[in-house]
Design a protein around this ligand. Structure first.
Ligand code: SF4
Length: 237
């Protein structure tokens, strides 16, 4: 059952199993969201996970990273990006003067697909409403989509990461910077240098965005776009 049906005290069902999740859409914090969905069985991945991995980091982060799905280590620990790809992401963050605690990291899927296979369309359909709720709560200034799945899910584009990486793309009142997934760079070493370079571009984008935000802060509230006031309503989702 799609989580959308959890509205109004929904009870996601899967093959006879019933889990009372309350109304996760009413969550006002990431902790409340986690408590509301931690027993989710809205897709078959709920049966095989060890932990649901919601995300980690600063709940008011300016930059949010969105990867694909938890892997082996993430499933065991309940924390995103803790394996070798996570260590590389930490290095990349340090290269632009950021710590993991200063950003927020999540995935499109909250539970690990068996053998780390690609997410299925029905799994993405069931799970991405939780990601959109996270974005609504965090209200990041820049969302970095890591790899093709996250990029296509959030930007609704058929254009691949090879063409989009490192660019700042505005859509629906938010700014996105697609990046190669750190795990891909571990498998294809030439991509490491590309990611290092793209993180420098990300820093430049962030610096430029900060100037823009400061200018916006001086404007009357009514001059800001409705899309920016209500990111969940911006038509992107
Ligand atoms: S992957 Fe998402 S929709 Fe599927 S069971 Fe896990 S939390 Fe629920």
């Amino acid at each position: 059952m799609c989580p959308r049906r959890a509205r109004g005290g929904g009870r996601p069902l899967l093959s006879g199993q019933e889990v009372d999740m309350g109304d996760w859409r009413e969550a006002t914090t990431l902790e409340e969201l986690y408590e509301a969905i931690k027993d989710c069985m809205a897709c078959p991945l709920g049966r095989t996970r060890t932990h649901l991995v919601l995300g980690s980091g600063d709940p008011e982060a300016e930059i949010m990273f969105v990867g694909e799905a938890p892997g082996f280590h993430e499933d065991r620990q309940g924390i995103p990006f803790v394996g070798p790809a996570g260590q590389f992401l930490d290095q990349l963050l340090r290269s632009i003067g950021l710590k993991r605690s200063q950003v927020y990291i999540a995935n499109t899927l909250k539970c690990r697909p068996p053998e780390n296979r690609d997410p299925l369309p029905e799994e993405l359909s069931a799970c991405t409403p939780y990601l959109f709720k996270q974005i609504e709560l965090i209200r990041p200034r820049i969302i970095c989509t890591l790899g093709n799945h996250a990029t296509r899910t959030l930007l609704r584009t058929g254009t691949g990461i090879s063409q989009l990486h490192g660019k700042l793309i505005r859509k629906g009142g938010l700014a996105y910077v697609p990046l190669f997934h750190p795990a891909a760079a571990l498998h294809k070493p030439p991509l490491k240098a590309v990611l290092v370079e793209d993180f420098q571009r990300l820093k430049e984008h962030l610096d430029a965005e900060r100037v823009r935000w400061e200018a916006e802060e001086g404007l009357p509230e009514e001059t800001l776009t409705a899309a920016e006031d209500q990111p969940e309503q911006m038509g992107l989702f």
